[in-house]
Design a protein around this ligand. Structure first.
Ligand SMILES: [Zn+2]
Ligand SMILES: [Zn+2]
Length: 373
């Protein structure tokens, strides 16, 4: 699967140009939006690699504006009334054009709707979340510089890599500041959502699975970025201890934290070591094997393969899972981990044994002795 978030930093490309990924939505509602952003990323890399810094700059500017359009979309959801006032002002009273079917998708505004507004006017939407004059004074020159560069006047004005990187850093600094302004609203929206019975209550919510509910029902719908998820995962849910449905609210928060870890984890990730999954599948070893290891009992029976679920030698519960790929065992009841070498199977009855010195279990040994005597 290729997505812009999977882009790895190549040695010869400055890492600053990838910093913008942190502010882009992690998941898109519409695949065409993802394709558009990926195309921009590709154009940026291609220009850069060919030393066409002036064009790379223009493409970075477009990515920057795209990020801000997603921000504006969030503002329109969270501060509808104030947002409409700004749009009314910017459209000189002709607000219907903005909400017109030509400027919306499925009856709703989307990030591209903002392209209708001139870029330097657009920044005024950020007033709703507290942009001051200083910030506006720093944002508007971005558009002026871009305009200078974008005209086919035959001049290459940005010739050096260092000048390009310097400009990129200016953009990134502003993004940090803009997301800081948005932070409190995002936190409020998060807690409003997860403490809402329609969202947490298993009887009525859209997805039974905790991960799906948080990923599809919150992260994707609200176009959250890695930067925002990073801020939310640090929040403490324990202040909702007395709240009805706290158990579910807490699990949803854990699912969000886990999602953040998943997208920021490196390649040596193994699901059997994942503390969150161990918690999620407590006493549900069967579901863990099917959902996370993707080994299905029905196909094991059909193929004559072993379904890797055993009785735990520590607690006797049938909750011990074997992960063949990593040669590890974990008990989803008593939470004990075993290495592949620690577990042996009795050659007589097949029972699991821990660090056994003989190849048959105590019960079978006793039986044998009785028979022989
Ligand atoms: Zn156990
Ligand atoms: Zn035995």
């Amino acid at each position: 699967m290729s997505s812009l978030n999977d882009y790895s930093v190549e040695d010869d490309i400055p890492e600053q140009i990838y910093e913008i990924n942190k502010f882009l939505p992690k998941l898109f509602k519409d695949d065409s939006e993802r394709t558009y952003i990926e195309a921009l990323q590709l154009a940026l890399e291609t220009s850069y690699k060919n030393g066409l810094y002036q064009f790379a700059y223009i493409q970075y500017h477009m990515l920057f504006m795209s990020v801000l359009y997603f921000v504006a979309l969030k503002i329109s959801w969270m501060h509808k009334e104030e947002f409409d006032k700004v749009i009314y002002y910017l459209s000189k009273g002709n607000i219907n054009t903005f909400y017109d079917s030509k400027n919306t998708r499925n009856g709703q505004i989307y990030f591209g709707s903002f392209a209708l507004i001139s870029e330097s006017d657009f920044f005024l939407i950020l007033r709703v979340i507290g942009m001051d004059d200083d910030m506006l004074g720093r944002l508007r020159p971005f558009v002026e510089t871009r305009n200078k560069f974008a005209h086919a006047n035959g001049n290459m004005m940005m010739k050096t890599e260092s000048k390009f990187v310097e400009k990129i850093e200016e953009y990134n600094n502003e993004l940090e500041k803009i997301f800081k302004l948005l932070e409190k609203d995002i936190i409020d929206m998060y807690f409003q959502t997860i403490t809402d019975p329609d969202f947490y209550d298993l009887e009525v919510r859209n997805y039974i699975d905790t991960d799906e509910q948080i990923i599809e029902g919150f992260i994707r719908i609200n176009l959250l970025s890695t930067a925002e998820l990073n801020c939310l995962r640090k929040k403490n849910v324990s202040e909702y201890k007395e709240h009805k449905g706290f158990e579910e609210i807490k699990n949803l928060h854990y699912a969000l934290c886990h999602y953040y870890d998943m997208i920021n984890t490196d390649d040596d990730y193994t699901s059997i070591d994942d503390k969150y999954l161990q918690f999620k599948y407590h006493d549900k070893a069967f579901e863990f094997i099917e959902n996370e290891l993707n080994i299905y009992e029905s196909s094991c029976i059909k193929e004559g393969d072993e379904f890797p679920l055993y009785a735990c030698p520590s607690c006797d519960e049938e909750q011990l899972v074997y992960d063949k790929k990593n040669n590890k065992y974990h008990c989803f009841h008593c939470d004990t981990d075993f290495s592949g070498e620690e577990i042996l199977f009795c050659s007589e009855c097949g029972k699991t044994m821990k660090n056994a010195e003989s190849c048959i279990c105590d019960t079978c040994l006793e039986e044998k002795c009785k028979k022989n005597s």
